[in-house]
Design a protein around this ligand. Structure first.
Ligand code: ATP
Ligand code: MG
Length: 891
């Protein structure tokens, strides 16, 4: 293509860069196809490789910036500008400008900011590196035409990132549309726009340009394909009009980013954060007037309150919650599961029902053709020939059944005698059949239909027995019985039928083949076998032990589905199974009270349409279940999207891969069990952290308020409190690596935010008050003017605070007896030991103690403290037992 391949010559020579940004998709939609191609300086046969390369430089890669990994600079800015940090920074500035300046507070607040930001930064960088690796692992290619000459073109596969405006794209079932396009050729093209609209019903797309009003809804434009939507059936050729951030979905995503839709988990985290900030605000509001009124120094009181507030800012909360998810995702990655949406790790932990497709997920995905017989049960090569004709004629990627039909070795050499393909009526998951029309050597036009037994039989009126065409009525029962027997043995049966349409065919180029697949003659049957995976039965049983129910959602017929379920021990071995239903029966129940009840009760759903698969997931979710969906087909995409955790395999169709939250690199089913266990561990560790952070924050608030009201001096200086909280947060930073009790892993763990918020105290303040009383009554530390007494009071509380909080970590992390019946991970032991040691050293090493206005404890305080800590553990343990008794669970 030198210059332009545009086929319209009358126009002025087109500019190399099409006026893409000036023209929106609607304008293209209202333009005749050839003109649209011309406006984009393209050709029906595509761009040349050189033009495509130069446009790539001009337009940039076809990636949404929302999906582009952020640069290190962006991560750094985000980590340092987190609003907790801004809050802390205000406190630091206030400390620095106060009279006299409180430099130790300032330094500690700054250390806190730097520490939290650095951890966040390194964590985000690691996450981004993983995301880049992941993007590289999932290379998505698309098929485009490459211009060769005005008479010919080549179809080549290119990386979808390299798509440019003007490219001519070929799409087939299972493809995700990679850019905004105008349809220029369509063959029964049906597109699901559910990723944009949530609407499950597929929309028919044609190449006829729109004559409608300019006000027509963008998504209703019949000749426009939007990035991110999926081809459900049929084939199409389209002109790429907008790529990357110019696309419709990019606009929607920007809006979505502005109004972030939060998951239940994110809402929970937000609630906990607000609650902790709430404690902080209450404390400030109470402390200022008390201090102000008692001392008369309002500015000093404000300073004091705000620096104490800094100690209560939950700055490590997002860091630890993210670290937890990242750890879960990394553990799964090492075992061959790629987490595409981090939150789904939490959903895995809560999973109570796993819905699964049959082929390729529970079975080996090695579909082989077993029988090819005529209606009497004799082997028949002519039936195979018809089936192969049909399979050959299906354009695009062949599905498992077509592939198995075509690779059936013995007959492939006979393929020549099949005649020429005239047309095809593509496979749809609703019709469950595919047809083609061929012109035989003798000039006859034969329509060959193959598909699910019931669906094809319903459009047959005759049957070929030993060469004679008979009315089907008498033979129908024999045929049905034969098929039932096959199904009961686990064979999937495909019926092959034909019709001679020579008489009704008109060779006028616009002849419509739709509706001709009726009044057919049964030619014979094909049976296919796809054995269960070796580990399917044990995996389903293990999931059951873990409290996750398995349900089968298949488009296949009930007989085969039941056989599989019996082999998996999902239903009884008897003939009558009440836990199975077909899509047709389910459709009748829609809008009745029994609809949801039936879905909850049934284990096997056969002959479901893609929309019904989604309905089952919706209904289960509505009934309080946390639902996972395991699937790999085009027909599973809606369900995958609707599920709390959509799981697919990396060999799946593009649309299934795109819709899934987790991609399995390995087809092994046991990985799902690992996913569930890791999900629960992540959930458990997140909840542990939130409980501890809340408990400590609540405990500190109550103790500070009480001491402010009671004592003539501060029970702990703001600087000391900051140091203590920094140490405590550091000790919690190893929690994502902690072990979780077996009992917790044994059952689904839904996200119960109110459980976390219900009871924060756990007897934590008892030890604080004991220390206060001890200081006041036993050591007589009461004077607000005696600096030595104040230092001693503060040091005692500081030491007790840090030791009791690190001890609390081990008691609250388990519902069982700590150290004896449940052990923390080694990293948690080490971190709490180190933090306690640092706490002790701070108080006992004079130079450090002096800097923080503390003195080493005297008067056997260390021994008394030991006694206090033992009693504190007993009280905490008793409170925990009482809580478990009342609410029947701990974490
Ligand atoms: N290429 C094809 N030609 C004709 N009929 C087909 C073809 N592929 C599938 N069918 C029919 O359509 C039915 C549903 O399709 P399919 O098996 O892909 O659904 P599914 O829900 O993905 O099933 P599974 O649970 O086995 O994965 C099949 O049972 C089969 O009868
Ligand atoms: Mg399938």
């Amino acid at each position: 293509m030198n210059g332009s391949p545009c086929s319209i010559r009358r126009r002025p020579p087109p500019r190399n860069k099409p006026s893409n940004n000036e023209l929106d998709i609607k304008t293209f939609s209202f333009t005749p196809v050839d003109e649209a191609i011309c406006q984009l300086n393209s050709h029906r046969y595509g761009l040349t490789a050189e033009v495509s390369a130069s446009r790539l430089v001009e337009y940039g890669e076809n990636i949404l910036s929302t999906k582009k990994p952020p640069t290190r600079l962006m991560i750094a800015v985000r980590s340092f500008c987190a609003w907790f940090n801004i809050l802390l920074l205000i406190v630091a500035i206030m400390s620095a400008i106060s009279q006299p300046p409180d430099w130790s507070s300032f330094t500690i607040v700054m250390i806190t900011i730097v520490l939290a930001s650095c951890i966040q930064f390194f964590q985000d960088c690691a996450g981004t590196a993983a995301a880049i690796k992941l993007q590289a692992a999932i290379l998505t290619t698309v098929c485009v035409r490459r211009f060769e000459s005005a008479e010919s073109h080549n179809n080549v596969m290119i990386d979808q990132k390299h798509l440019v405006p003007g490219d001519i794209l070929c799409v087939d079932p299972g493809d995700t549309i990679p850019a905004d396009c105008i349809v220029i050729e369509a063959d029964d093209l049906s597109i699901s726009q559910s990723s944009l609209t949530g609407e499950s019903e597929p929309q028919r797309k044609t190449s006829s340009y729109q004559m409608g009003e300019y006000g027509t809804e963008a998504l209703e434009l019949e000749n426009v394909l939007y990035m991110g939507t999926n081809v459900i059936s049929g084939h199409g050729v389209a002109l790429v009009v907008k790529t990357g951030d110019d696309t419709y979905i990019a606009r929607i995503m920007k809006q979505l980013n502005q109004r972030q839709l939060l998951t239940v988990f994110q809402r929970g985290i937000r609630l906990v954060t607000w609650m902790m900030l709430g404690f902080m605000v209450i404390m400030v509001l109470v402390v200022i007037p008390i201090k102000g009124l008692s001392t008369g120094k309002w500015l000093v009181s404000l300073m004091f309150a705000s620096s104490i507030a800094a100690g209560l800012v939950p700055e490590m909360l997002p860091v630890i919650v993210n670290a937890n998810q990242a750890r879960g995702a990394y553990a799964l990655f090492k075992r061959g599961a790629i987490v595409q949406r981090p939150d789904s790790v939490q959903s895995l932990g809560a999973l109570s029902i796993l819905c699964s497709d049959k082929t390729g997920t529970l079975t080996n995905d090695e579909v082989t053709l077993s029988h090819c017989i005529d209606p009497l049960g004799n082997d028949s090569s002519s039936v195979l020939l018809l089936a192969q004709t049909n399979a050959m004629s299906q354009s695009g990627k062949k599905n498992a059944i077509d592939a198995a039909t075509l690779t059936h070795a013995a007959e492939t050499e006979k393929m020549e005698g099949l005649g020429t393909k005239i047309a095809e009526i593509p496979f749809t998951f609703e019709a469950r059949k595919a047809s083609c029309v061929t012109r035989t050597n003798s000039g006859r036009m034969i329509l060959t239909c193959k598909g699910a037994f019931e669906e094809v039989l319903s459009v047959c009126s005759s049957i070929r027995i030993a060469g004679d065409v008979l009315q089907i009525n008498e033979k129908r029962l024999d045929l049905v019985r034969r098929v039932r027997r096959f199904n009961a043995d686990g064979y999937r049966v495909i019926l092959v039928a034909t019709r001679d349409i020579s008489k009704c065919y008109r060779d006028d180029g616009a002849f419509n083949f739709q509706g001709l697949d009726t009044d057919l003659t049964v030619e014979g049957l094909l049976t296919f076998l796809d054995p269960l995976k070796d580990d399917a039965k044990s995996s389903v049983a293990r999931l059951q032990e873990l409290g996750v129910d398995t349900r089968i959602l298949t488009g296949d017929n009930l007989g085969v589905a039941l056989k599989i379920c019996r082999d998996l021990n999902l239903v009884q071995q008897t003939d009558e199974v009440s836990e199975a239903i077909t899509g047709a029966e389910l459709a009748k129940l829609e809008d009745t009270d029994d609809f949801h009840k039936t879905i909850k009760h049934c284990k096997v759903f056969a002959k479901l349409t893609p929309i019904q698969k989604g309905q089952v997931i919706d209904s289960l979710k509505l009934q309080g279940e946390v639902v996972g969906m395991l699937g790999d087909g085009i027909n599973d995409a809606i369900a995958l999207r609707k599920a709390d955790a959509g799981i697919s395999v990396h060999t799946a169709t593009n649309v299934a891969e795109d819709s899934a939250d987790i991609l399995l690199m390995d087809k092994n089913l046991s990985i799902i069990i690992y996913c569930v266990v890791i999900g629960r561990t992540t959930q458990g560790n997140t909840i542990k952290y939130l409980k501890m952070a809340l408990a400590s924050s609540f405990g500190n608030t109550v103790s500070i308020l009480a001491s402010t009201a009671w004592l003539p001096f501060s029970a702990m200086s703001a600087t000391q409190l900051l140091v203590q909280n920094l140490l405590f947060d550091t000790s919690l930073s190893t929690l994502p690596w902690d072990t979780v009790d077996e009992e917790y892993l044994a059952v689904p763990q839904p996200w119960r935010i109110w459980d976390i918020l219900r009871y924060e105290d756990h007897g934590i303040n008892t030890i604080d008050f004991a220390t206060f009383f001890l200081n006041w009554f036993y050591y007589g530390l009461r004077s607000g003017t005696d600096i030595g007494a104040i230092k001693a009071f503060q040091s005692n509380w500081f030491l007790q605070g840090i030791l009791s909080q690190t001890l609390m970590v081990h008691i609250l992390r388990t519902g069982k007896l700590p150290f004896v019946r449940s052990h923390s991970a080694r990293s948690v032991y080490i971190s709490t030991f180190l933090v306690s040691a640092v706490g002790i050293l701070i108080v006992y090493i004079p130079p450090i103690a002096n800097t923080l206005q503390m003195v080493g404890p005297k008067g056997m305080f260390d021994l008394i403290l030991l006694g206090l800590l033992v009693s504190f553990s007993v009280i905490l343990e008793l409170c925990k037992m009482l809580y478990i008794e009342l609410f029947k669970r701990w974490l």
